[in-house]
Ligand binder design. Structure first.
Ligand code: SF4
Length: 294
């Protein structure tokens, strides 16, 4: 298999294979990002993709799902994506296709382009929205604001493509005024655009990350405490009023929650309520070490 640099992927479901179609990230400017520091962006050659598909077909002819690798492969031009999907369908017809994208991946794609891609097997995209709050989006340099996020993500709804968004708690920093604004504005955006899923994760900062090296060290940014992060998650979920599947990054948050709204909304809120009510200084100290090991 052709693999360049680090592999970043969400939690995988059973019988999934990985296929590299790009590596690194074509954007690379998010100020909290810790990925692909040593991987220069590149697009995989079609010959390499074809060889890898042959290998997957031989090794696992009953594969059910392919996760396409790269920081945001859905940003590839429509023509290139079509070629990749045609190759996949030639070797593994009917396989479910999943990949990462950015909000801006849809900027230059029409609804018809997206519908054509969907018909070639894309069952889900995982998109790092991170926040629906303009102040946060500007600070972290995501390259779009909440109005653009609504416009570009709505194209996926129109094309019938399912997508899960990632939310990173802690990006608004310390202080109830900040994290509550972030949670409320993100919930407002989610209620408008109707993603299929929402993945909860939280901010990690360390050397080499601009938000740490510059903003935090200069005193322009103060990290939220873990108790604030739990309250931020709870406030976000309390204000989501659409059917949606909630899940989380277990390794990042050291907790495990899955809930289908609206049926399990009360359960999800109680989950965070219980954590908040039983939270101790010892828990705070533990998370502080976990989030930035010495
Ligand atoms: S789009 Fe994703 S991989 Fe690329 S810089 Fe931003 S967070 Fe990192």
């Amino acid at each position: 298999m052709h693999i360049h640099g680090e592999i970043v992927k969400p939690p995988m479901v059973k019988n999934t294979e990985l296929l590299e179609v790009s590596y690194g990230c074509s954007y690379g400017k998010c100020r909290y990002c810790m990925f692909y520091k040593n991987t220069e962006y590149g697009i995989s050659k079609l010959e390499d993709i074809e060889e890898d598909l042959k290998e997957i077909k031989e090794k696992n002819p009953d594969v059910e799902r392919l996760f396409l690798l790269g920081g945001e492969p859905f940003s590839l031009p429509v023509k290139r994506l079509n070629k990749i999907l045609d190759l996949i369908n030639a070797y593994l017809p009917g396989v479910d296709i999943v990949m990462y994208g950015r909000v801006n991946s849809m900027k230059n794609k029409t609804v018809d382009d997206l519908a054509e891609l969907k018909n070639k097997g894309i069952v889900n995209l995982v998109i790092g929205l991170e926040s629906g709050d303009d102040e946060v989006l500007e600070r972290i340099n995501k390259g779009y604001d909440s109005r653009q996020a609504e416009e570009y993500l709505s194209k996926l709804n129109k094309a019938g493509i399912n997508y899960s968004l990632i939310y990173i708690a802690g990006l608004a920093g310390h202080g109830e005024k900040n994290w509550s604004r972030n949670a409320l504005n993100t919930a407002k955006l989610i209620n408008k655009i109707h993603p299929t899923g929402l993945c909860l994760t939280m901010l990690y900062l360390n050397e080499g990350i601009p938000l740490y090296d510059e903003d935090l060290k200069n005193g322009d940014f103060t990290e939220a405490k873990m108790l604030e992060i739990l309250k931020e998650f709870k406030l976000l979920l309390e204000n989501i009023n659409i059917p949606i599947h909630i899940f989380n990054e277990e390794a990042a948050t050291l907790m495990s929650i899955k809930a289908d709204f609206p049926e399990e909304k009360n359960y999800a809120i109680k989950f965070f309520d219980d954590k908040i009510n039983s939270f101790t200084q010892e828990d705070e100290d533990f998370y502080e070490l976990y989030r930035r090991p010495v």
